[in-house]
Design a protein around this ligand. Structure first.
Ligand code: FAD
Ligand code: DHB
Length: 385
């Protein structure tokens, strides 16, 4: 088959890119190894920056988000005995929204704009350095298929084949801890997210809706979720989140999902090689503490769709030529912010580090300049930054 853009991966980056291209008058075909049900229910990110919400709304994907999502003015930052609210609206006039990645995926699938081949195998990229790149794969019925395209968009995450097709420089940082994440059928015990520093380790109280809570605990790398029965999780969350302090209570409930997430910072540059463009996790990974992974994927494909529409419809290649540099400015800002939040909030065995973290947290929670820096990065710089 022939299309203008062959998109590899039907995660948020691939589906949104295909949607934006269609709105710009450019055809695309998406291939995805998993099933449609799987990609729509994979539990991952939960927070959208203001600019992501604005972009999704402008792309005609904002109705359910605005009806069912929850707009938050800010976050709480906590140390033992103290909880501080950072009000992003007062600080920078921007908000964030609680709306799960699963919901964004469902909205993209419901829009029906992307032609997706699910459950494919053997995805292979060919001739990306020429003007006639193509992708081969085996479809769900076992037939060998080929997509000829003007451009290939690698939106296949960190385990897909696209990033290996770009000769590149990589920058990487691993962290000596992971997150144990749970989803629970219980109303959140807080109106906005709580990021808690604690000598036992970091804890985060997030949420998905009025009846579903999402919580995380810092745990050592290699932790087996089976070693954390539900009672132990709720007890540790209560300790780290300060149950009983200043009259605040954490309410537990049935745990419906439990998993351990390793943490990594990773940036691959450039994000383009010949006619292959990378977007989202295929080019970069951030640790989840700053809630940036999904938002960065959305920012990348916003730039990439504009670049490809200008090039493939109007014959203007300038944005495609600057795509990698343009995208990497935001990628490195978010990489730094995610590293900064992560290293400020996760505890280790070094008492010197702990004092530095507490000093930084006091500065961020008591100085307008400190709080504004966090707010500007967390709520997200405008697209095109
Ligand atoms: P993905 O969502 O990974 O999509 C890539 C797609 O490509 C997948 O559907 C995959 O099946 C497909 N694919 C792979 N190989 C092939 C192939 N060979 N052929 C065809 N298709 C292929 N971010 C946050 O901001 N907050 C969070 O709380 C958070 N939690 C996370 C939890 C987990 C377990 C993980 C893995 C990530 C989390 N992230 C979080 C990061 C965030 O979910 C990602 O940044 C986001 O999904 C990136 O979207 P993407 O479309 O680039 O990649
Ligand atoms: C969630 C995940 C994050 O990494 C974060 O910083 C905030 C919220 C979440 O899954 O809800």
């Amino acid at each position: 088959m022939r299309t203008q853009v062959a998109v590899i991966g039907a995660g948020p980056a691939g589906l949104l890119l295909s949607h934006l291209l269609r709105r710009g008058g450019v055809d695309s075909v998406v291939v995805e190894t998993r099933s449609q049900e799987y990609v729509a229910s994979r539990i991952r990110a939960g927070i959208l920056e203001q600019s992501s919400v604005d972009l999704l709304t402008a792309a005609g994907l904002g109705d359910r988000l605005r009806a069912e999502g929850h707009e938050h003015r800010g976050i709480y930052l906590q140390m033992p005995g103290e909880r501080h609210h950072l009000d992003f609206v007062d600080l920078i006039g921007r908000t964030v929204w609680v709306y799960g990645q699963t919901e964004v995926q469902k909205d993209l699938i419901a829009a029906g704009t992307a032609e997706v081949h699910y459950e494919v195998t053997g995805t292979t990229l060919h001739d990306v350095e020429t003007d006639r790149p193509y992708v081969t794969f085996v479809d769900s019925g076992g037939a060998a298929r080929r997509i000829d395209a003007d451009v290939i968009a690698g939106c296949d995450g960190s385990f897909g084949p696209s990033r290996h097709a770009v000769p590149s420089e990589t920058f990487e940082r691993t962290y000596p801890y992971s997150w144990l994440g749970i989803l629970a059928d219980v109303a959140p015990s807080t109106d906005e997210l709580i990021y808690a520093w604690h000598p036992n380790g970091f804890a985060l109280h997030s949420m998905r809706s009025d009846t579903v809570s999402r919580l995380y605990l810092q745990v050592p790398n290699g932790t087996d979720p089976a070693s954390w029965p539900d009672d132990r999780i709720w007890q540790e969350l209560a300790t780290r989140l300060g149950h009983g302090e200043h009259g605040w209570k954490l309410t537990g409930g049935p745990v419906t999902d439990k998993s351990v997430l390793p943490m990594r910072s990773y940036v691959q540059t450039p994000m383009r090689h010949g006619r292959l463009f990378l977007a989202g996790d295929a080019a970069h990974i951030v640790p989840p503490t700053g809630a940036k992974g999904l938002n960065l994927a959305i920012a990348d494909v916003t730039l990439l769709s504009q670049a490809l529409v200008a090039w493939l419809r109007a014959g203007r290649p300038a944005l495609a030529e600057s795509y990698s540099d343009d995208a990497l400015r935001r990628v490195w800002r978010c990489t730094h912010f995610s590293w900064w939040m992560t290293t400020m909030l996760h505890t280790g065995s070094d008492p010197f580090d702990a004092q530095l973290q507490l000093s930084q947290l006091r500065w961020v929670t008591t100085s307008n300049a400190g709080a504004t820096g966090l707010a500007e990065n967390y709520a997200g710089l405008p697209i095109g930054f």
